[in-house]
Design a protein around this ligand. Sequence first.
Ligand SMILES: C[S@@+](CC[C@H](N)C(=O)[O-])C[C@H]1O[C@@H](n2cnc3c(N)ncnc32)[C@H](O)[C@@H]1O
Length: 309
Amino acid sequence: MSEHTPVLLDEVLAGLAIRPGGRYCDATFGRGGHAAAILGAVGPEGRVVAVDRDPEAIRAGRRRFAGESRLTLVQGSFGPLEERIRAAGMTGGLDGVLMDLGVSSPQLDEAARGFSFMQDGPLDMRMDNEAGQSAAQWLAKAGEREIADVLHGLGEERYARRIARAIVAARAETQLTRTGQLADIVAAAVPTREPGKHPATRSFQAIRMHVNRELEQVAEALPQAAGLLVAGGRLCVISFHSLEDRLVKRFIQREERGDPVYAGLPVVPPHARPRLRRVNGAVRASEREVAANPRARSAVLRVAERIAA
Ligand SMILES: C[S@@+](CC[C@H](N)C(=O)[O-])C[C@H]1O[C@@H](n2cnc3c(N)ncnc32)[C@H](O)[C@@H]1O
């Protein structure tokens, strides 16, 4: 069975500045690597609510943490974060929120989940494979222009138009149901090769991000996370994609400044005041960590602290 090695573990623990007896949310539970470390640091009175939209992650978590009364596991997306926290019975503010974005190793490694261009499987790519539209369903209906926009916008794929054209031509001939089929169509449409990179890497990443509404989910959750924190509480976000990291960085910048409409005015209403203070800029994995876990290469951690209202 595939495992998931948590990235930037020490840096996340330092970023969260864990308080014994504190209350934390791990919004991206995965296989529970970070959650286990948080539980290890919060002591007997601490509590962790862990969220994951992947039913398999939650099932594996229930097995791994059976009998762990300090942990509440919630299956669902973190977009409605406040609702998830409320549903878990956690009231009164959080000392920290962690978001370790993207997909887990077990999701990527299991061909049946349909994320992989390396192994053939059903063309699915949903993190929650029990809800929503699969990659195959989206690709069966989307217009050529829409497909090209997704490949270009989310995958920074310079051959987006050619690939979209090839997909639309292929689906007129046969149903696209397998990751292997899609990988072959993309590879044939891309005229050049990047060293060490499969030609379908960018397209698969873009389609995955689109199918799972990954950027939208992060944009929805960040303000809620800031609102849930108590003064001094920490927000830690690990991104693996430049667009995601940019979103996090800009969010923290905005929350540091407060609403510019009220800049310079003597009275600033509570909703327009700064809520966060940047604790550090982009933190990256050490060479040693990247050598041991190549997935850490693109990881960027940003940490911010909730300031008193
Ligand atoms: C990189 S892994 C997290 C690994 C985890 N920190 C660990 O140590 O095992 C990302 C996880 O977040 C989940 N995920 C990603 N986006 C999500 C969202 N919008 N809502 C809920 N879960 C999400 C994925 O299903 C995946 O299991």
